[in-house]
Write a protein that binds this ligand. Structure first.
Ligand code: CUA
Length: 317
């Protein structure tokens, strides 16, 4: 039997303490009103029981003070919850600019991770302590959910065909070295309960050592460039300018792309991914989608992440 059962997981990230504080505040508030209401029910039930000599005269039912108090007290309490919760939500939803990005692909029933240096791992995620880490995530099949209780973070991981935008993210900054559970928190089939793993938080020097000790693949943008050349994307998409058959991709990422339909669209990662698997979805103004084949089903989600990372890197120079 597991003897170190605890009601609460470790607090091992920068937001964990704040999330717990809000949680305990809500629990305390609910407990206070539950006890108050239950107590009054019992008190009045006894006081006005049949045969008691309590005063049953109806007093003044509505006073201004009473009206104001039950308008303003609940309003103040709701606003405290709203402002506190919203602030915390934005803090957990917005990764810091210096976050190290790990690419994540979920599938039935495992988690695949790729570090910026090219190291890959499955169901294990090594991260340095004191460094914001952003997980850039997508699923190969059904909806999964990345949940790391000790960090108090959780986000759904969506399959690419579900909607227009499929990439999701979450971020954390671990504060304590150690090993923490990682779960899939969305029922995803027979072995959902086995889709678990560990986050291993290491001192920065140990992390560096771990990085150099593992089998290192290509960093995402390098793997992406190789795939780009292998798929012959470069024959239409690079450096051609006006004469090119497809739009040049330098500087595209992050820009507003005018479309043939007259609309324009922000060239984010979801747009780039969509344009690879379904080139007809958003045809760029001045081009006709006659020659680019769909790569739907031909490139893995890891491959798409790499390709997008490469196209993104073309805008960073
Ligand atoms: Cu993946 Cu549950």
């Amino acid at each position: 039997m597991d003897t170190d059962f605890r009601l609460f997981p470790d607090q091992a990230s920068t937001v964990a303490g704040q999330i717990d504080a809000l949680y305990f505040f809500l629990i305390a508030l609910s407990t206070f009103f539950t006890i108050l209401i239950a107590g009054l029910i019992v008190y009045f039930a006894i006081k006005y029981r049949r045969g008691s000599s309590a005063d049953r005269q109806q007093g003044d039912r509505s006073t201004l003070a009473m009206e104001l108090s039950w308008i303003f007290i609940p309003m103040v309490i709701s606003m405290v919850i709203f402002i506190w919760g919203t602030n915390l939500y934005f803090e957990t939803a917005r990764p810091p600019a210096n976050a190290m990005e790990v690419k994540v692909v979920g599938k039935q029933w495992m988690w695949k991770f790729k570090h910026p240096q090219g190291n890959r791992e499955i169901n294990m995620l090594h991260v340095p302590v004191g460094q914001p880490v952003k997980l850039h995530m997508i699923s190969e099949d059904v909806i999964h959910s990345m949940f790391i209780p000790a960090f108090r973070v959780k986000a759904d991981v969506l399959p690419g065909n579900l909607m227009r935008n499929s990439y999701t993210q979450l971020w954390f900054e671990a504060t304590k070295a150690g090993e923490y559970h990682l779960f899939c928190a969305e029922y995803c089939g027979t072995n959902h309960s086995g889709m678990v793993g560990s986050v291993i938080v290491m001192e920065p020097a140990d992390y560096e050592q771990w990085l150099s000790g593992g089998t290192r693949g290509d960093p995402p943008e390098v793997a992406g460039r190789k795939l780009f050349e292998q798929l012959r994307c470069d024959s239409c998409h690079l450096g051609g300018g006006e004469s090119s058959r497809g739009p040049a991709l330098e500087g595209v990422f992050g820009s507003n792309v005018p479309l043939a339909s007259g609309e324009s669209v922000l060239a984010d990662r979801d747009y780039l991914r969509r344009s690879i698997i379904n080139p007809a979805a958003d045809v760029v103004a001045g081009y006709q989608n006659t020659s680019m084949p769909s790569f739907q089903g031909q490139i893995s989600e890891e491959g798409l992440i790499d390709l997008v990372a490469y196209i993104e890197s073309l805008s960073k120079k």
